[in-house]
Design a protein around this ligand. Structure first.
Ligand SMILES: CC(C)(COP(=O)(O)OP(=O)(O)OC[C@H]1O[C@@H](n2cnc3c(N)ncnc32)[C@H](O)[C@@H]1OP(=O)(O)O)[C@@H](O)C(=O)NCCC(=O)NCCS
Length: 274
């Protein structure tokens, strides 16, 4: 990867957008990385098709037309506390198959093809991210949507929830090593291999580095490779994390495809017990 990713995408015709409550839109950086956000107000009935398109996009990326986030989640956890941010294309430029998959039959103007969202937590500057997705592979659109959104919010530290077998980890770890704050989440929809992570964006400086095509260096060596199906090991890591005897980091490049399945490079730190 080289050059300015967001500029490269806008030069190709992808339109950066923000979709949410107008009061939230007014708080965003209007042109993160110099790319003016096309602001779409969620409370304008004219934009109802955009609600549906965001939902379709999410459902399509996460595995099926009807598997999108429920409409109430889109409102309660998305457009009311924050804004969906990503890239759109004019409907006339969508590939035919995608048009059909997104249920787009007329020229409806812009259609979202990648999005990410984060919502503020009670910890200043810390946002929790979810829903990163893209339906046009091979162009880094999902990654760029996450980058653009965190910049637009002014995020300094992020939180996220992921599964150890998801290749999206290769994107999340570009932002830096992930501190695994909950190595096992038994109350999640995927209790086998879900974890919670935190990432320090160094006051936001990491975002500018990444957009310029630079890499966040981390020369620490992993202590072990975690099999993405080894729930027992995740539970052991969780018990040690809770006991504050150990701390775990998921190191870049994240999920590695091996002959034994997907594995993750983990750094285990032993903490001083007082
Ligand atoms: C994850 C996702 C958002 C990536 O979108 P994107 O940035 O547009 O994806 P790209 O096809 O351009 O790939 C970007 C990077 O993702 C990683 N990646 C994506 N799919 C991968 C796969 N099947 N195997 C290995 N790496 C993969 C690679 O690191 C790739 O970078 P590279 O091509 O330089 O190696 C998209 O695949 C998606 O929507 N997935 C389903 C939803 C999901 O799982 N979201 C994450 C929840 S935590």
């Amino acid at each position: 990867m080289s050059g300015h990713l967001v500029k490269e995408l806008t030069d190709e015709g992808f339109v950066p957008f923000a979709f949410g409550n107008p009061r939230n839109l007014a708080e965003l950086h209007p042109a993160p990385f110099g790319a003016a956000l096309h602001m779409i107000a969620s409370d304008d009935p004219e934009n109802l098709h955009y609600h549906h398109a965001i939902n379709r996009l999410n459902g399509l990326a996460y595995g099926g037309k009807d598997m999108g986030m429920p409409a109430w989640v889109q409102i309660d956890c998305g457009i009311l506390p924050s804004a969906f941010i990503g890239f759109a294309l004019p409907s006339t430029r969508l590939p035919d198959k995608l048009k059909w998959q997104m249920d787009i039959h007329d020229d409806v103007g812009l259609v979202p093809v990648a999005e990410a969202i984060s919502i503020p937590t009670m910890q200043p500057g810390r946002y929790t991210s979810f829903s990163m997705c893209s339906v046009i592979p091979g162009k880094q659109l999902g990654y760029a949507a996450k980058l653009l959104s965190l910049k637009a919010y002014g995020c300094r530290r992020s939180l996220g929830v992921a599964q150890f077998d998801n290749f999206a980890l290769r994107i999340h770890t570009r932002f830096g090593a992930l501190e695994i704050t909950e190595p096992h989440v038994p109350y999640h929809t995927c209790p086998e291999n879900t974890f919670v992570y935190g990432c320090d964006l160094r006051g936001g400086a990491v975002l500018d580095m990444l957009e310029r095509g630079l890499v966040v260096d981390d020369d620490r060596e992993p202590t072990f490779l975690l099999d993405s199906r080894d729930t027992d090991k995740m539970m052991e890591m969780a018990a040690r994390t809770r006991a504050r005897t150990h701390r775990y980091w998921l190191l870049p490049p994240g999920a590695i495809r091996t002959e034994h399945g997907v594995q993750n490079p983990i750094l285990e730190e032993t903490l001083q017990v007082r």
